[in-house]
Ligand binder design. Structure first.
Ligand code: TA6
Length: 295
């Protein structure tokens, strides 16, 4: 497997393929700008570290690492539904199935591109009848650009929700803040109540919010790591902010009890009032771009 991937898609000083944890195929990007790692299991970006910077994404030490199981951390691809669904995998099936590598490229600015695809199959029809083509494009360089393109290949319209569910490494959930959503309405999914954000988001308990009708770039202000993580997005009008805090961290079997202080999710989503409907043949692209600045 990895020999074929390297022969066909390997690019010196850009991208190579190996076998990762649980035997999952792993694309390793090492160029003059960054080190990134992506597995074809769920088209899941697991690592992004700009040269000279500390790791940007967060991965649990307690992940499942098994077929048909999601990876805890990195950038889970939540599709074609966001959240739980009775008798079906939470956050959809895209993140638990194997995607195919379709292309790689060394880009003029020194970054590296990897494209993976998932189309409807016997495996997907166990969960969802739709005919579709999903494409994940990852560009790793001075920034990390991830985009999920969904094409409706069916003769019927299709409606879906989803998110690029990005987990970030932070110094301490008690001291970081998120700027960029001041004045934006949000649903507190823990109570179902709607509120308006006042100033920066700070954390002192389980936080699980869907910010509505916003195209805003979020800035994770991290004094402990002396950096700001900029989280921009396209094709998304809802942003999810999540930290499980103590009790939920304990309930999640693939999440360490003491891991919650060092992680934060800021997600480019399509959910709540931002559900996507595609006519036959139509395509929608949801993207997130992560960049880091020292402070
Ligand atoms: O990102 C928000 C959320 O929907 C939370 O409610 C929490 O369930 C999280 O996603 C993780 O979901 P998962 O199915 O990956 O455990």
């Amino acid at each position: 497997m990895k020999e074929d991937l390297n022969r066909i898609f390997g690019i010196d000083n850009h991208i190579s393929f190996s076998t990762g944890k649980a035997g999952f195929p792993l694309a390793v990007i090492k160029n003059n700008l960054c080190h990134a790692e992506i597995t074809t299991h769920g088209a899941h970006v697991m690592k992004y570290q700009p040269n000279g910077e500390k790791e940007v994404l967060w991965m649990s030490e307690h992940g499942y690492w098994a077929d048909l199981k999601p990876i805890r951390g990195g950038i889970p691809v939540c599709w074609p539904w966001f959240g739980p669904k009775e008798g079906l995998p939470s956050h959809g099936f895209a993140r638990i199935l194997k995607w195919d590598v379709v292309s790689t490229a060394a880009l003029p600015d020194g970054s590296t591109e990897l494209v993976m695809e998932l189309a409807d199959s016997e495996a997907t029809r166990q969960y969802w009848r739709g005919q579709f083509k999903a494409k994940m494009t990852v560009v790793a360089g001075k920034s990390l650009k991830v985009s999920l393109s969904i094409q409706n290949a069916d003769i019927h319209p299709v409606t879906y929700t989803g998110a690029l569910h990005t987990y970030f490494t932070i110094s301490d959930i008690n001291t970081i803040e998120i700027a960029g959503l001041d004045g934006v309405s949000y649903i507190d999914t823990l109570t179902g109540d709607k509120h308006v954000q006042k100033g920066h988001i700070k954390f002192n308990a389980e936080t699980d919010r869907i910010y509505l009708d916003t195209l805003a770039t979020c800035r994770v202000l991290d004094p402990g790591l002396k950096r700001v993580i900029n989280v921009a997005k396209t094709g998304s009008r809802s942003t999810v902010v999540w930290n499980p805090w103590i009790a939920k961290a304990k309930r999640l079997e693939d999440f360490g009890d003491n891991e919650y202080p060092g992680m934060l999710c800021v997600e480019a989503a399509n959910n709540a009032t931002d559900v996507i409907t595609l006519k036959p043949g139509e395509t929608h692209v949801t993207g997130t771009t992560v960049s880091v600045e020292a402070i």
